[in-house]
Design a protein around this ligand. Structure first.
Ligand code: DC
Length: 232
């Protein structure tokens, strides 16, 4: 694959700080940013509106027209599903749950892989999700796997939801997060896991600025080493 600019893959579980770090890193590098979790959430909304449930016996057949017609567009912090602004719905906790369940289905993953590979084909992108470094761009130039202890992740998620006005108890957020980790890591297709060549960053005790600084340091070190090699 020939790309003019690199791809930076950031994977990890819920609440590890992927979105904020990925967005900040993209801004710092002048790269575009793609939140693939939001794409799975958009699929969940489209499927729900078409009356499809991930537990339907004929789920693949029922999803086929939904996936064939799906159009997902990002504009700054807004997301459009089939030309409709779904930004507010996308972050609802039930949509996250549903997205996790739909994301285990083969045709959903295949369609997302196709759209995500097209979006990253020219490089110059920070792509965030669960399987970017393992399945979508296994040849990404830079790979990070962001983790944090489960209590910290649940607290962050809870604060985020509270800010958005969601009425949910912290223990519920904690239980949902454990369940989502289990499902996303345990599924058969492209499960959440660290790529062998990814750099793991534990954000439990780090600010977002520190996480981004660690990523930039890693990227610059590799770029400088390559320059030295060229000069030698
Ligand atoms: O990042 P998020 O919480 O918005 O993602 C919602 C769900 O989508 C997540 O629980 C699993 C799925 N997902 C996935 O399977 N692969 C990705 N690359 C991104 C998200």
């Amino acid at each position: 694959m020939s790309r003019r600019r690199p791809i930076i893959a950031i994977d990890g579980p819920v609440g590890a700080g992927k979105s904020v770090a990925a967005r900040a890193l993209a801004r710092a590098l002048g790269f575009s940013y793609l939140n693939t979790g939001a794409m799975y959430r958009a699929v969940a909304i489209a499927a729900r509106e078409a009356g499809v449930s991930p537990e339907d016996a004929d789920v693949e057949a029922r999803l086929a027209p939904v996936l064939a017609a799906i159009k997902i567009k990002f504009d700054g912090e807004s997301i459009f599903l089939n030309r409709r602004d779904v930004t507010a719905i996308v972050s609802e906790p039930e949509v996250g749950e549903l997205a996790s369940r739909f994301s285990a289905i083969a045709s959903v993953r295949a369609r997302m892989r196709e759209l995500q590979r097209a979006a990253g084909a020219d490089g110059g992108v920070v792509m965030e999700g669960r399987d970017i470094g393992t399945a979508i761009f296994p040849d990404a130039e830079f790979k990070f796997f962001l983790v944090a202890d489960v209590k910290t992740r649940a607290r962050r998620r809870f604060e985020e939801l509270k800010k958005k006005g969601a009425s949910i108890a912290e223990h519920e957020v904690f239980e949902q997060l454990i369940e989502r980790d289990r499902r996303d890591s345990g599924r058969e297709l492209a499960p959440l896991k660290r790529a062998d060549d990814a750099t793991e960053i534990d954000s439990t005790k780090l600010s977002i600025d520190a996480v981004v600084a660690a990523m930039k340091a890693k990227i610059n070190a590799r770029i400088n080493a390559a320059k030295d090699l060229k000069r030698a």
